[in-house]
Design a protein. Structure first.
Length: 240
């Protein structure tokens, strides 16, 4: 099963759900699939682990990265690039909007309502069931409601991102898949895909999944760790 997302895709979720890692790796996956890809950093509330930190490797792959003006790039300020409205009016084949956490971060979408009006938009909730507040279906539904109210947009799908960073096991990934399937039934939203760290791919049985898988090469890591190389595609998980 392939991930076939295109158009304007908005990535949202609670703090620490892994939205930015998902956004970066989805951008690379679709770029390798032959699409023109643009990714915009709309996280105005968290000064750490933002898309802008991976702009070098993404740009080298030919992915257009929209970040705040250079003088504000590392500032802890709510600065929205004026280019954002432009890429919404004339989107790439895939235009990814990486949004800040919870309803606070999603509020930026309300300021873009005029630009987004009459556009086909997929707003996807990233869910990590090992994080506080999304370890229950009820918690995930509360986060969804908060984000929808703040953004004035409706959620259209779910992304499963079950992980415990370096401690993640294959069983954690399988359990996370089961969790988002239950969430899907209760919310009425489809599971677009679930993620798996590239290091776990050799141990994964892809036949256990009812949706596509996105392999993750971590980019947002502490300075003493190496990031995954984005300039080559991961092993094809469908062949495992």
């Amino acid at each position: 099963m392939e991930i076939n997302l295109d158009g304007i895709v908005v990535i949202v979720g609670n703090y620490g759900s892994g939205k930015t890692e998902v956004s970066i790796n989805l951008a690379v996956k679709r770029k390798h699939g032959g699409l023109d890809v643009c990714i915009a950093d709309l996280d105005l509330v968290n000064p750490y682990f933002r898309t802008r930190e991976a702009r070098g490797p993404l740009s080298e792959l030919g992915i257009d990265v929209i970040v705040p003006p250079e003088k504000y790039l590392q500032a802890d300020l709510p600065v929205l690039s004026p280019a954002i409205a432009g890429i919404i009016r004339q989107p790439s084949q895939l235009t990814l909007l990486d949004v800040g956490g919870d309803g606070v971060g999603a509020g930026v979408l309300a300021t873009l309502s005029d630009s987004l009006r009459n556009k086909r938009v997929h707003m996807l909730q990233v869910v990590n069931p090992f994080r506080p507040f999304t370890d229950t279906v009820e918690g995930c539904l509360e986060i969804r409601d908060e984000i929808e109210k703040a953004s004035k947009m409706a959620m259209s799908g779910i992304i499963g991102n079950a992980n415990l960073i370096d401690e993640t096991t294959v069983d954690d990934v399988y359990g996370g898949h089961d969790f988002v399937n239950v969430l899907s039934k209760q919310s009425g939203l489809p599971v677009e895909f679930v993620t798996v760290a590239v290091e776990l791919l050799p141990e994964i049985d892809s036949k256990r999944f009812s949706c596509p898988l996105l392999s993750i090469k971590r980019q947002l890591v502490p300075p003493w760790k190496r990031v995954g190389t984005l300039n080559s595609e991961a092993v094809d998980i469908t062949s495992l």
